[in-house]
Unconditional design. Structure first.
Length: 156
């Protein structure tokens, strides 16, 4: 039977052949790849082959996934990348050309709304309206500064 690649467990164990273009990974026996570990969710993640490249998507698992040590919810995984499923590490081995890839790898997906906001807005540094100051005046000895702050909060 032809495979679409394999996962090599880095902690030792048997190779995991990637036998289908879409694979459900989890602890349940109904999954395509069954990982019998307590820290692996029943339906942990989905592996999908698209355009000659494998992609991984977290299925809201309890312990998440990482690619090359970086936690992610969805990402393309290139040959030689290390994938963490909970705390279990696997190196993915496959040939994009043999699986139908043409040209360089596709760009990472950019969120659809990424161009709808400025960089400052996305970073949370640009306010829609100028907010009134709620700072205490250190050199002001007058009473009532706390009251002023409460009033400003109520108006918002």
């Amino acid at each position: 039977m032809a495979t679409y690649g394999e996962l090599i467990p880095l902690g030792g164990g048997d190779l995991v052949p990637l036998l289908k273009r879409s694979l459900l990974v989890g602890r349940r026996e109904s999954c395509d790849i069954v990982l019998r570990f307590a820290n692996v969710s029943a339906h942990h993640c989905q592996l999908t082959l698209n355009g000659g490249y494998w992609y991984i998507k977290d299925l809201k698992s309890r312990n998440g996934i990482k690619v090359n040590g970086v936690r992610t919810t969805e990402k393309r995984i290139d040959p030689g990348d290390v994938v963490w499923i909970a705390r279990h590490r696997y190196e993915i081995c496959y040939s994009p050309i043999d699986l139908g890839a043409v040209g360089p790898p596709p760009a990472e997906d950019v969120p659809k709304d990424v161009l709808d906001q400025s960089l400052l807005q996305r970073a949370g540094l640009e306010a829609g309206e100028k907010a009134e100051s709620t700072r205490y005046e250190v050199l002001d000895d007058n009473a009532g500064q706390l009251k002023k702050k409460r009033e400003l909060r109520r108006r918002r």
